[in-house]
Design a protein. Structure first.
Length: 135
């Protein structure tokens, strides 16, 4: 909510800076992502987790998420530790690559990959736990 408020305050104060060359949605999305990253950097100072796991693919099967509503799935994502959630969102939801994430968050590419891997492991476990608690 704070990020959303910061984003809209910035947009309203700087609407004159929008040149109209790209989509307004893209401009707004870029501002929102940058505001979230800025807040993240302020809250989590150099809490980078180094790559200690082999980058084995983590599968979250469709049938595992099929019975969940979008709100339930988002709730599972929100429970991820901040550094994992940020990398997960940037990679899976916003389509950034590990090099871009590393630059945005001032971490190494290996750390980005490791954080994504761990986020997926925790998310898979959280989904399974959530589903088991409902049955």
């Amino acid at each position: 909510e704070d990020n959303l408020q910061d984003t809209f305050l910035y947009v309203f104060k700087n609407l004159k800076k929008y040149r109209g060359t790209g989509s307004f949605e893209g401009w707004l999305k870029r501002i929102a992502i940058n505001k979230a990253i800025d807040r993240y950097k302020k809250e989590i100072r150099s809490l980078a987790v180094e790559d200690t796991l082999a980058a084995e693919p983590v599968l979250i099967l469709e049938e595992e998420t099929h019975a969940l509503t979008i709100d339930e799935l988002l709730s599972c994502i929100q429970r991820l530790p901040a550094q994992y959630r940020m990398v997960f969102n940037l990679y899976e939801l916003d389509g950034y690559g590990h090099r871009e994430i590393a630059e945005l968050l001032a971490i190494s590419e290996g750390t980005s990959k490791s954080n994504l891997h761990r986020a997926k492991v925790l998310l898979r476990d959280s989904i399974r736990t959530y589903k088991n608690s409902r049955t």
